[in-house]
Design a binder for this molecule. Structure first.
Ligand SMILES: Cc1cc2nc3c(=O)[nH]c(=O)nc-3n(C[C@H](O)[C@H](O)[C@H](O)COP(=O)(O)OP(=O)(O)OC[C@H]3O[C@@H](n4cnc5c(N)ncnc54)[C@H](O)[C@@H]3O)c2cc1C
Length: 243
């Protein structure tokens, strides 16, 4: 793996538990939307910890020195807690990659495409949607995005703007734990939920990309298959499991 020392140029709070970190890369690279990098921390005594983080930015923008990683703070999480609680603008952080040849989609792959993201699992999908919009693609696409509470919806304004462009992208957000009144959907992403999204696409999606925690990905993939989607058209990316 090729490592480089990237500099944090900005930190933005997206929700109570999620921050985006913007990096300047001394050696900018090209990547496919959906790929990730490995972030490596080294303590003064030489102890090292490394974790994978999906790239949120679209390809092309990284050439403008802005690589965006969006990191959720996990309780007792070694690397995510360091990034949230200690990392600051101008700090140097080692990044390796980009890697990941499986969980990718570009408009040239065709559609319709159904994206299903749970929590921070929407991050690589953001890269794909930003790229789709940047090149003016009209490939039919739908995003089902599950968050716990209203405040946990990442990239809400940007996603709403993308969905309002009228270029064939539909956005459905569901909140699994919000009890106060809201105009979004409620409940978990299951077969019935996915079935309704598939109906909105009018034809079965040719590509389905699901990303989130292990239990989320398993439930969504099961739901997609029950909704009639060919398992061969499903790609998944698993972020790990809450203990
Ligand atoms: C390909 C890939 C891409 C990823 N992209 C992102 C991303 O864009 N944004 C992001 O926030 N994370 C992403 N992850 C998850 C990330 O790599 C780390 O696993 C996560 O940040 C936890 O690391 P940690 O060192 O803070 O916690 P650890 O010290 O590794 O774990 C602490 C505790 O938290 C639990 N835990 C581990 N992972 C999770 C999780 N995802 N959710 C809840 N509990 C967990 C563990 O079981 C453990 O008990 C990605 C993972 C993979 C494999």
């Amino acid at each position: 793996m090729h490592w480089q020392s990237a500099v944090i140029t900005g930190i933005e709070k997206l929700s109570p538990r999620v921050k985006s970190f913007f990096f300047r890369l001394p050696e900018p690279f090209s990547f496919r939307p959906g790929q990730h990098v490995v972030l490596r921390l080294t303590a003064p005594d030489g102890y090292r910890a490394q974790r994978s983080y999906s790239i949120a930015s679209a390809p092309g923008t990284v050439m403008a020195e802005q690589l965006e990683l969006t990191i959720e703070r996990v309780e007792q999480g070694e690397v995510s807690q360091f990034m949230h609680d200690a990392a600051q603008v101008d700090d140097e952080i080692e990044l390796g990659g980009p890697i990941g040849g499986h969980f990718n989609w570009i408009p040239e792959d065709g559609g319709p495409v159904l994206f299903i993201g749970g929590g921070s699992g929407v991050v690589p999908i953001m890269s794909m949607l930003r790229h789709r919009a940047a090149i003016g693609s009209r490939v039919p696409a739908a995003l089902l995005f599950s968050a716990r509470f209203r405040e946990d919806i990442l990239f809400f304004e940007e996603l709403s703007k993308l969905a309002a462009l009228g270029d064939g992208l539909s956005l459905t957000i569901t909140l699994t734990r919000e009890t106060s009144a809201h105009s979004l959907q409620a409940g978990r992403i299951d077969a019935a939920f996915i079935g309704r999204a598939v109906t909105a696409l009018t034809v079965l999606p040719r590509h389905v990309l699901i990303c989130g925690s292990d239990p989320f990905v398993e439930a969504a993939a099961r739901g997609a298959i029950e909704a009639g989607i060919d398992p061969a058209s499903i790609k998944t990316e698993r972020y790990g499991s809450p203990s």
